[in-house]
Design a binder for this molecule. Structure first.
Ligand SMILES: O=C(O)[C@@H](O)[C@@H](O)[C@H](O)[C@H](O)CO
Ligand SMILES: [Mg+2]
Length: 403
């Protein structure tokens, strides 16, 4: 089999997505997600100008050789743009290989290791009571695991609190919108949020929270300790993780489980974290960490240290990524949980898919491949519209902070 063509499809059914489609001389096609929120066209150009010319004529079955060719051959290794581009190629090639075998992708990854994939939903509200109501609503929808984010008294806009109640899209403006931040207000508020949630929800559901890179290590240790009575499933992105060693300080102060890694793009970003058991869940995902091929390497390293997967699954990861991730999740031995932020109806229409949700679990489906396609005619009706993620500034003096 030979690759005869590869194309980039950029569309915006409610938010921007970049999709790579690979075509072969046997009529089989495969698609991969190449979406990098707020920097979409950089990956589209990287693929179009620098990757696709190297793919034409290659055997699509040679997934590992193509992965190494694109990783080592670029000379300039790693980084979110490069690894998202490689991920899109990798995902499309696994899609083709599984279609050629007439099998759902998970069967090529070792088959089922579980009956289904436990997912967590996003409950968010403008204040504690609104957030509690949203958490209870997600519990009523059957979610076993629920992430809770709420507005913070005295702060106008914070991460994780959307406008709607089911869909949340942070990339909301033609230039970055500005959020304000106060660590003290957040640290005073958050334990009260989880105390109230546990009061109303009870202990049966897993609760998760995303700190979103906004604390220093010692502040994260303080928050983790204050949340221990509420038995969180995880506290995510507690501090910026460029310095992997900084998680040791958090570990020394709290038993609240730690998750990190949605912005990681290679195993090197998390090697120390995993080998020193400084985290409990690794959030790296198919679209930003080099595809199925590299994510399996990260998961295998993690399994040696009892670290489990918790793949990122926000709305800026397309249904193509979600579909591929669910096949990975169904098979990987050290699975933890899969994030599932539901896409809008127009997004789901552009990306018809086989995966389903039922009572807090998801199932990738059993069609050959990863089970997601793209309706190119419909995609063409949603042209790209530049959108940036927000920036964050300290409320008292305007210092630029992590969003
Ligand atoms: O855990 C999460 O889902 C968040 O961290 C994301 O919503 C993140 O803010 C977006 O993916 C950024 O594009
Ligand atoms: Mg996150």
């Amino acid at each position: 089999m030979k690759i005869t063509n590869a194309r980039i499809i950029v569309c915006s059914p409610g938010r921007n997505f970049v999709t790579l489609k690979i075509e072969t001389d046997e009529g089989l096609t495969g698609i991969g997600d190449a979406t990098l929120n707020g920097r979409e066209l950089s990956v589209a150009a990287y693929l179009t100008e620098h990757v696709i010319p190297c793919l034409i004529g290659r055997d699509p079955h040679q997934i590992e050789d193509i992965w190494q060719y694109l990783y080592k051959g670029a000379y300039w290794r790693r980084g979110p743009v490069t690894m998202t581009a490689i991920a899109a190629v990798d995902t499309a090639l696994w899609d083709i290989k599984a279609k050629a075998a007439g099998l759902p992708l998970y069967q090529l990854l070792g088959g089922k290791s579980r009956t289904g994939v436990m997912v967590y939903g996003h409950a968010n509200g403008s204040d504690i009571e609104h957030t509690v109501d949203e958490v209870l609503r997600y519990a009523d929808m059957g979610y076993k695991a629920i992430r809770a984010q709420s507005g913070v008294p005295g702060l106008e806009k914070v991460y994780g609190v959307g406008k709607g109640s089911l869909f949340y899209e942070p990339a909301d403006a033609d230039l970055p919108s500005e959020h304000d931040w106060s660590t003290e207000k957040y640290l005073r508020h958050t334990p009260k949020l989880f105390e109230r949630i546990r009061e109303k929800l009870g202990e049966e559901h897993h609760l998760l929270h995303d700190v979103h890179h906004r604390l220093t290590p010692i502040e994260a240790g303080r928050l983790g300790k204050s949340l221990e009575p509420y038995n969180l499933f995880w506290m995510e992105d507690a501090t910026p993780a460029e310095n992997q060693e900084s998680f040791r300080l958090i570990r020394q102060h709290t038993t609240t489980p730690l998750a990190v890694g949605e912005i990681f793009n290679s195993i090197w970003d998390c090697k120390e974290l995993i080998e020193n058991q400084l985290i409990d869940y690794i959030r790296a995902t198919v679209v930003h960490a080099g595809g199925i091929t590299h994510l399996r390497r990260i998961a295998d390293l993690a399994s040696l240290y009892q670290v489990r997967t918790g793949c990122h699954g926000a709305t800026d990861l397309s249904p193509v990524c979600m579909g591929a991730a669910l096949h990975f999740d169904l098979s990987v031995p050290n699975f933890g949980v899969q994030e599932y932020m539901r896409h809008t109806d127009e997004t789901d229409a552009v990306f018809p898919h086989a995966y389903t949700f039922d009572k807090g679990m998801m199932y990738p489906g059993d069609v050959p491949g990863h089970g997601v396609e793209i309706d190119e005619a419909l995609a063409a009706k949603y042209p790209y519209k530049r959108a940036y993620l927000p920036v964050n500034r300290q409320q008292h003096d305007g210092t630029l902070w992590s969003w």
